[in-house]
Design a protein around this ligand. Structure first.
Ligand SMILES: Cc1ncc(COP(=O)(O)O)c(C=O)c1O
Length: 373
């Protein structure tokens, strides 16, 4: 078991994102002793082993290593889209739409229907029914894919809601993609296995370089025929990797070494939520897994002041999102809490006409998970 008390990773004080995790000694050792076959010819046995393991865990027929979560999402959606006009329905905050460089427009020629969940937290069947474009009205771009991000902002979508959305989609010949960058977290936080979730999706993209801590990449799981097409699309994007074993070997280690620690990361995030509540810090959305989004307004905290204090207390934060992961040290959590407490104290004493150092419009998409915050 990795020991967060003694975390010596440069990511020990990294609360900006769980993407900052660094490879562990055992991952580096696995890279050095990986198989070095050419995976474009499907001759790399560690990569094949990794993909088979993902297929087993997800209950899907097949899986394919991807260079990034973005690549997994874009190819995952694209395998379902053949001829515009067509559209993808997703949450307005969804990474696949808001943070992938307009990939859906460029790579899939897709319109997007970005939906604001009525509950302010996650998409429900009612949202999906309301915004899905059906029929043959030539003015429209019919919905061909529904993409659900699980977790979204660290929040869990109930499995039952996913089931209902999936059944609705199936009934209307719409494919369902999962941006499961953090599906590992969803599974670790609930009694549901990856397979429990994946049964409701046609394609699932998962990241291995976020909370899971491997150095590079992601993986797409689906049917054999979808993965065959995905392999072609991946090659087209320059993602055919030769000695892929150096990247998939540490991913296999991450599954064994880091995934089991995720529940402790979630426990620490819950404990942080409790400690922050004691000094009046309120989250924007529920804290279900490894993220805490500070509601700066309701918490009476000036974000410019907080970021300054983080610098002084030697912890890294870039906006309202506090991200925990397996390499965060216990000392860093104490330092973060001290920085926040100090920022609350300083904010209280600010003059009425104080102009915050926060950039106009905020920090960007990772900072706001609730449009009303
Ligand atoms: C929900 C989600 N999906 C996809 C991605 C894309 O992953 P990558 O940065 O590996 O392209 C991210 C990255 O942070 C993410 O948060």
């Amino acid at each position: 078991m990795l020991n967060p008390k003694a975390s010596t990773s440069p990511a020990a004080n990294e609360f900006r994102s769980d993407t900052f995790t660094t490879p562990t000694p055992s991952m580096l050792a696995a890279m050095a002793t990986a198989s070095f076959g050419d995976d474009v010819y499907q001759e790399d046995h560690i990569t094949t082993k990794f993909q088979k393991e993902i297929a087993r865990l997800t209950g899907m027929q097949d899986a394919l290593f991807m260079l990034s979560g973005t690549m997994g999402n874009q190819i995952g959606v694209r395998v379902h889209l053949h001829q515009p006009p067509h559209s993808v329905l997703c949450d307005y905050r969804a990474h696949v739409y808001a943070e992938e460089g307009s990939g859906l427009a460029v790579l899939s020629q897709a319109m997007v229907t970005p939906v604001h969940p009525a509950n302010g937290i996650y998409l429900t069947l009612d949202d999906v029914k309301r915004w899905t474009v059906l029929g043959e009205d030539i003015h429209t771009a019919p919905t061909k894919v529904i993409s659900l991000e699980v977790t979204i902002g660290g929040v869990l979508t109930p499995l039952e809601e996913i089931r209902k959305i999936s059944e609705f989609a199936n009934a209307h010949d719409i494919k369902v993609h999962c941006d499961g960058a953090r599906l590992w977290n969803a599974s670790a936080a609930t009694r549901h296995s990856l397979e429990d979730y994946c049964q409701y999706f046609d394609t699932v993209s998962m990241c291995i370089s976020k909370g899971l801590g491997a150095p590079v990449g992601g993986v797409l799981a689906s049917t054999e025929s979808n993965i065959k097409r995905a392999r072609w699309l991946r090659k087209q994007l320059g993602g055919g990797i030769r000695q892929a074993g150096v990247l998939t070997a540490p991913a296999l280690v991450a599954l064994e070494e880091v995934w089991p620690t995720m529940k402790y990361t979630h426990e620490k995030t819950k404990k942080l939520e409790k400690d922050l509540a004691a000094i009046g810090i309120v989250p924007q959305i529920p804290v279900d897994t490894n993220f805490f989004f500070i509601d700066a307004k309701k918490s009476n905290i000036d974000m410019g002041v907080l970021l300054e204090q983080c610098g002084k207390f030697n912890v890294k934060l870039m906006d309202e999102r506090i991200a925990l992961h397996h390499q965060i040290s216990d000392d860093a959590i104490e330092n973060l809490k001290a920085a926040i407490a100090e920022a609350v104290r300083i904010t209280k004493a600010l003059p009425q006409d104080y102009v915050s150092k926060v950039p106009p419009g905020g920090y960007g998409s990772t900072s706001k998970m609730n449009e009303y915050s």
